[in-house]
Design a protein around this ligand. Structure first.
Ligand SMILES: [Zn+2]
Length: 374
């Protein structure tokens, strides 16, 4: 009595670390007409300290342009950045680094993560755990349930572990439509495939005209972690490399240019004391960062994902593909060509990829001529 409070709405949930019995409690204090200065009540409460250090994406392999784009994406108030790639490609790692960057630059913004399972603890953001042992269906229901819970917590920024099935996808869209910044992951071969994959999860609710909106999806990222050869024991690459097919060896040679010589290519060596006999020194990120602006989104709707991707790649300022970056590492002698199909994608001939792009654009002109298509 006398505080001016008319209602307190509580929401709470266990968060990681579960074994320390961590809990997250959210109180929304609703004042009546009579407002009492709450300064005294705030004494003794502490702000969460911002994470130490500063954002460094370059040292793990992201390019300057990619780092710049990622930081631009997280300046959005709404929209989802979707990170695609296989398990173990560092998607959660980069989401955590960006989350720390947000906590440093926008203190007071409320963040939360839903992860299956929580692996590393973020001191600045509550993390809701989903057991790794759940069946796909139970995990989907747990994602959806926790997302609805987090929405009641009035967060500004949500990291959603993975958009994995129709239930999570429609819950994600509801969250995205309330207007918050989100980061999430999907398992697709390249970033452009996230769009048709989402649509296929619920063709009505997740129709292209609904999801192809920069306010709903504000960044598309594809990433891999690739092994970098040890400088001390890597061996010259043999053009008859028996580990690869003739088709692929021939394809590698089509990538030669004046400054890309096959004689510079190296392969995994026997190991040495410098690399603890692994043959590789470290792993680095190979990524493609796509800015889904209105032009790209309109292309997705009008021409479909394949043509939209080819058209995007003909822009002078677009990021190169992961295969192009991988082949650059190969011709620098830093990556074994054998790892390209295993870690990135099948090596196709340089000319084939160029022709594929040209064909796609030609098809587009034909479609325009006959009055557009889908
Ligand atoms: Zn070595």
């Amino acid at each position: 009595m006398g505080t001016g409070l008319v209602n307190v709405r509580l929401a709470r949930t266990p968060i990681a670390p579960i074994d320390a019995d961590a809990q997250w409690l959210n109180m929304r204090l609703q004042a009546g007409v009579q407002k009492v200065p709450a300064v005294d009540a705030l004494k003794g409460l502490k702000r969460i300290a911002p994470p130490p250090g500063s954002l460094d994406l370059i040292s793990s392999g992201w390019t300057e342009m990619q780092a710049e784009l990622l930081q631009t994406f997280v300046l959005n108030a709404t929209g989802t950045i979707i990170f695609t790639g296989p398990p173990g490609s560092g998607k959660t790692h980069v989401m955590h680094r960006l989350s720390e960057h947000i906590a440093r630059t926008r203190p007071g913004q409320r963040q939360a993560f839903i992860e299956q399972p929580v692996e590393t603890i973020l001191p600045h953001a509550p993390q809701l755990n989903i057991l790794d042992t759940l069946t796909a269906k139970a995990a989907g229901e747990a994602y959806a349930h926790r997302t609805r819970l987090v929405l009641r917590m009035a967060v500004n920024i949500l990291g959603l572990g993975e958009i994995r099935d129709p239930l999570v996808a429609t819950t994600w869209l509801s969250a995205a439509e309330t207007g918050m910044l989100m980061m999430s992951t999907m398992h697709t071969a390249h970033p452009f495939l996230a769009i048709p994959r989402l649509r296929d999860m619920d063709p009505d609710r997740l129709a292209l005209p609904i999801i192809c909106d920069p306010a709903i999806i504000c960044g598309l990222v594809g990433q891999r972690l690739v092994p970098i050869l040890c400088d001390h024991c890597a061996l010259p690459w043999d053009q008859d490399d028996p580990r690869l097919t003739k088709m692929m060896r021939d394809a590698i040679l089509t990538w030669q240019r004046p400054d890309w010589q096959a004689s510079n290519i190296r392969r995994l060596g026997p190991g040495c004391p410098h690399c603890a006999w692994k043959g590789t020194a470290r792993r680095q990120v190979v990524a493609e960062v796509v800015d889904p602006d209105e032009t790209l989104m309109a292309d997705f709707i009008q021409y479909g994902p394949t043509l939209a991707r080819h058209r995007y790649h003909t822009r002078s300022d677009s990021d190169s593909t992961m295969l192009e970056k991988g082949m650059e590492l190969v011709f620098q002698g830093r990556m074994d060509p054998f790892d390209v199909p295993l870690k990135i994608e099948r090596i196709r001939s340089y000319d084939f990829l160029q022709r594929e792009r040209e064909r796609a654009l030609k098809g587009l002109e034909t479609m325009a001529f006959i009055g557009g298509g889908h």
